[in-house]
Design a protein around this ligand. Sequence first.
Ligand code: NAD
Length: 280
Amino acid sequence: MEILKGAEVSARMKEQVLDAMKQYEGDPPMLAIVRVGEKPDDLSYERGAMKKMESFGFRARSYAFPEGIPDAEFRNAFQAINADPGVAGILVLLPLPKQIDSSAVAAMIDPKKDLDGISPVNMAKVFAGDASGYAPCTAEAVVEVLKAYEIPISGRRAVIVGRSLVVGKPLSMLLLKENATVTVCHTRTVDLPAVCRQAEILVAAAGKARLLDGSYVGDGAVVIDVGIHVDADGKLCGDVDFESVRERASMATPVPGGVGTVTTAVLAKHLARAAGVLTE
Ligand code: NAD
């Protein structure tokens, strides 16, 4: 089984952006990372994203708010970030605490700065197959991995496990745009292993540690693991039981070292587009 390495995909994307940056004049574009609270997952994602932006030649700034900030106060502060001409792109770490109206925030964000595709405008563009918007970075990262390794998508049977708004649903649209035949599975899917075994491209985005073992994988399938978990031993793992799929899959992404690395590279690419460094 070939291991699909996120670092290699990310390195190529970085080269493309650094190359385009040579023609760019002015201050490096800035990403605003908006965080409410101090969740360890958010802090670790933020650190990774900031490092990645710097390595791509960009700037990133964290705008952190206390967990209990009232909705109106947060939205006022958010509007100031949104309107700041020095901010080229915004990443809001989700989910926001309950007192904050997340859909109102998603509706407020300037679609041109909405690098993770949470605004209704960008969601509609993903649905319409219009590449001028921003798709959620993780969903796009899956397609980047497939394309970087020249894995054919057109005409292939793709099965996605998970129907969330940030991964499963937008990814189904992106794969459809690439002419895959797409099945989206969820908690009510009957006989999930049998449906998954039909996949030539199997994407795990269920948010359940090691849910998919070898019995879910058809011979020769390409397995892309979106999940990120910390197991009982404190080790990172995905939604796929990596060792167990080795015998069946032809290719698979590991966790760590797979889709996660590419997700922040897509974020950087989106920032490059928002700032006009890249046109596509
Ligand atoms: P979510 O919890 O919002 O959605 C999970 C989806 O999986 C739901 O649609 C649910 O119906 C489905 N599901 C759950 N259990 C299932 C089961 N037993 N059988 C079939 N379907 C099942 O999660 P999410 O935000 O989409 O994230 C999914 C995973 O991806 C998580 O592990 C998350 O940490 C990870 N993630 C990774 C990145 C990255 O950059 N790699 C980014 C975002 C999320």
